[in-house]
Write a new protein. Sequence first.
Length: 146
Amino acid sequence: MIISSYMKNEHRECDTLFAASEEAVAQGEWEVAGEKFLAFSNKTFTHFKKEEESLFPAFEAQTGMIEGPTQVMRYEHDQVRSLIGQMAEALEQKDKDAYLSLAESMMILLQQHNMKEEQMLYAMCDRALPPELKESTLEAMKDMSL
């Protein structure tokens, strides 16, 4: 399996959980929303961990690009983490308007972020990493959890 396919699949899983949480909030189903949001958050944080602790370091070591695309992705990860925190507060307070407003910002941020990773960074990783490093990086990411 190539890195692009594996990571794109994870993006889709996160997107599905995010949409389910947003839909539950819109319907006022707070318990379901909380469960879906927790699943989305955990999946997203695990995905970021895979990138930040395995994929990005492998790419940076192979290419020498430390100030490039991975730095931008880390910055955007921090933005997503901040929004997740704000959304968790809105969810805890059962503030539908605040949650849905934050969800709109999150959706835009994630769409742009995922597009950059999927169209640029993952393809760069697939090209730059030698087969054995690509395979060991994929295996390390598959074994990661929070």
